[in-house]
Ligand binder design. Structure first.
Ligand code: NCD
Ligand code: ZN
Length: 348
């Protein structure tokens, strides 16, 4: 048997789904992403959301201004879709390079989604425009019907919304974001080349038991919520399969401690400080380190029709402790795996 390697060098990866926030929080979280990833798809769910070319350009400027001197990082901006989005604005933003993709949040599905889509008929002109442009639609795939069990919302979304939408617009290029279920893995695997999915690091390592282990664990609450262990195992198989339809998207979603440790805590797990390292750990455990580069650095650019990065990054099999908290005072955030070791780290 060949011993697994103790270091691995990859093309620099990209994060195809991240929340960088704004202001002080942006300054605090950005270095973790920029150090590891050459590019990232930046989620538009600020308050108010990024809905116009002008706000996307302004937000991108603030991200660039928050970068350390010499950092090699390109934010790829997204437009938050509402019932009233003007297709012209999207087309203009795409042609000018201000928008890379459009993000669909069903209204009230998740954090800051209250301006999201309530009526799929009303967004058809935008979706037709995206189809013509070949511009990706990024989908938060959960129904919001309170009658539907929270653990079934992704599977029901595929049945009720995504399936019919794909039949109506088969040429529309869709990324089903942060998938969490066996149903999503199967649906994406069976789809054509216009359908892909991102998978987070945390959904590869926790199942829903973790959210309740020893008492309620607010820092493990995110949306879509973690599912059964058989779903986690299906996600691991998909990520490590080498299938180009699956690629890396951390969904790192920081919230200050008071917003998480509250009677009503908000959804989001902050993984940026250790997500790449955890993906590496998972691929190592699955005996698939030779497929990590495809998942992290090749499949995403291929779907987005961008060139892979030329730079390289090296990870080393050497345990590193994740800090218990990151940031100061009331702005501090508890990262995923806080106070625990991850078995891989970035090489110096
Ligand atoms: C995200 C956030 O906090 O912005 N939260 C989350 O649980 N993933 C929103 C999202 O991507 O759903
Ligand atoms: Zn997200």
């Amino acid at each position: 048997m060949v011993e697994p390697p103790d270091t691995i060098t990859l093309r620099r990866p990209d994060d195809w789904h991240v929340h960088l926030r704004d202001g002080e929080m942006l300054a605090m979280v950005l270095p973790f992403t920029a150090r590891r990833f050459a590019r990232a798809i930046v989620m538009p769910n600020l308050l108010p959301p990024v809905r116009t070319v002008a706000t996307a350009i302004g937000y991108r400027r603030r991200i660039m201004a928050a970068l350390a001197a010499g950092a090699d990082f390109t934010p790829l901006m997204t437009c938050y879709l509402t019932d009233g989005t003007d297709p012209q604005e999207i087309a203009r933003g795409y042609r000018d390079g201000a928008f890379t993709a459009v993000k669909l949040y069903p209204a009230r599905a998740t954090t800051n989604s209250q301006f999201g889509v309530t009526d799929y008929d009303r967004i058809m002109p935008v979706l037709e425009c995206l189809t013509d442009l070949g511009m990706p639609l990024l989908v938060h795939g959960e129904v919001t019907d309170p009658e539907v069990d929270v653990f079934d919302r992704e599977a029901v979304f595929i049945e009720r919304v995504l399936g019919p939408l794909r039949r109506r617009l088969p040429e529309l290029r869709i990324v089903l974001e942060h998938i969490t279920t066996t149903q999503a893995v199967d649906y994406v695997s069976c789809g054509d080349a216009n359908l892909a999915a991102t998978i987070t690091a945390h959904h590869l390592v926790i199942n829903r038991n973790a959210i309740f282990a020893g008492g309620i664990q607010p820092h493990l609450y995110c949306l879509p919520i973690a599912k059964r262990d058989r779903d986690r195992r299906a996600l691991r198989r998909a990520a490590t399969s080498g299938n180009p339809k699956f690629f890396l998207g951390t969904d790192s979603a920081p919230h200050a401690i008071p917003a998480k440790e509250a009677a009503v805590g908000c959804a989001g797990i902050f993984t940026a400080p250790c997500a790449l390292e955890i993906y590496t750990e998972v691929f190592d455990e699955e005996g698939a380190l030779d497929r990590l580069e495809a998942f992290a650095a090749l499949n995403g650019p291929e779907f987005y029709r961008l060139a892979p990065n030329e730079g390289r990054i090296t990870l080393q099999r050497k345990p590193a402790l994740v800090p218990k908290r990151i940031g100061q005072a009331s702005a501090a955030v508890v990262p995923f795996r806080a106070g625990e070791e991850v078995r891989w780290r970035l090489a110096e």
